[in-house]
Design a protein around this ligand. Structure first.
Ligand code: 13P
Ligand code: SF4
Length: 298
């Protein structure tokens, strides 16, 4: 019943629903597109609908708004934030620039629109190494994720200046977790998200964004695959690659904010056009240049 109601509302409002891979499985049923941060930004930059309902966290909906200033962008779960995005601010970026005047500033897409206004380029987990390697500067300030930043530092020839942000969901995956799972599943390849600690990343077989986990799982010659990321990803993998078995590296890796969305919220949000994203015009223009640069370089 609710699925039909959402579908009718989508049609009458000329709306699309975009959802991140970590969203609860029920949300996949109503989403027009489910993907990782880069794919969602790409899709958002080509949307023809009048209304975008975002099922994910606030920085993702802000990115969609920045790419579509004329459209109505709604965040299904109004309280869904990303704790890592709050670990850096525009003021802190300005301070870092003063301390390292020759450095470019690259920010993870997991930042607020305000923070993006002070950065040169933004990156996601799927394109960070490529984009940072393509910058002309040799010194790069990378904010806020120390783990993704360390992964980039190990895979490029630049000097990376890190700050101390982290994702609480991935940062608690430990070397012990990897050792324990390897004992049980000797042969299974381990896929890991680069928001995980660098000593964990070093022990795993594939470092992937959430959607890269799907393509690697399809290609890899293994029946059982270990997945080191937020556990919502396992539902998506099981749907996309039903012939393989997926085991979580850490079964309590749960992002509370990603789990706030439910179908009632989506329906309510569409019906009443609730939780609209409003951003200052100047902020949108400045933040857009950093997102556009990423889309161009990735
Ligand atoms: P992806 O871009 O890999 O989907 O990551 C987004 C995120 O928030 C991971 O925690
Ligand atoms: Fe932010 Fe981590 Fe949740 Fe991703 S999993 S949205 S980085 S808190």
């Amino acid at each position: 019943m609710i699925l039909k109601e959402i579908d009718e509302l989508k049609k009458s409002k000329n709306a699309v629903i975009l959802a991140h891979n970590y969203q609860p499985e029920e949300i996949y049923q109503v989403a027009d597109f489910v993907g990782d941060s880069l794919e969602l930004a790409r899709v958002a930059s080509n949307v023809e609908a009048d209304v975008i309902v975002f099922c994910g966290v606030r920085f993702m909906a802000e990115t969609a708004k920045i790419l579509n200033p004329e459209k109505k962008v709604l965040l299904a779960a109004n309280d869904a934030g990303c704790q890592m995005a709050e670990m850096i601010s525009a003021t802190k970026v300005r301070e870092l620039r003063n301390n390292f005047p020759d450095a470019a500033v690259a920010c993870y897409v997991n930042t607020t629109a305000e923070t993006k206004t002070e950065c040169d380029v933004c990156v996601t987990s799927s394109n960070a190494v490529k984009i940072i390697n393509s910058l002309p500067q040799n010194q790069i300030i990378f904010v806020p994720d120390k783990n993704l930043g360390s992964y980039v530092a190990k895979n490029c020839s630049k000097k990376i200046i890190l700050t101390d942000g982290y994702c609480y969901v991935h940062d608690c995956i430990s070397v012990k977790d990897v050792e324990k799972i390897r004992e049980k599943y000797h042969e299974a390849p381990i896929l890991v998200h680069p928001e995980s600690p660098s000593e964990v990343v070093d022990m795993c077989d594939y470092v992937c964004s959430t959607s890269q986990m799907i393509s690697v799982s399809k290609e890899v010659d293994a029946k059982v695959i270990i997945v080191g990321t937020e556990i919502g990803m396992l539902a998506k993998l099981r749907q996309e690659v039903p012939e393989k078995t997926f085991v979580p590296l850490k079964s309590d890796a749960i992002c509370g904010d990603m789990k706030l969305t439910d179908l009632d919220m989506v329906k309510d949000c569409l019906l009443h056009e609730k939780n609209e994203i409003f951003l200052d015009k100047d902020v949108m223009v400045k933040a857009k240049s950093c997102i556009d640069k990423m889309l161009l370089l990735s």
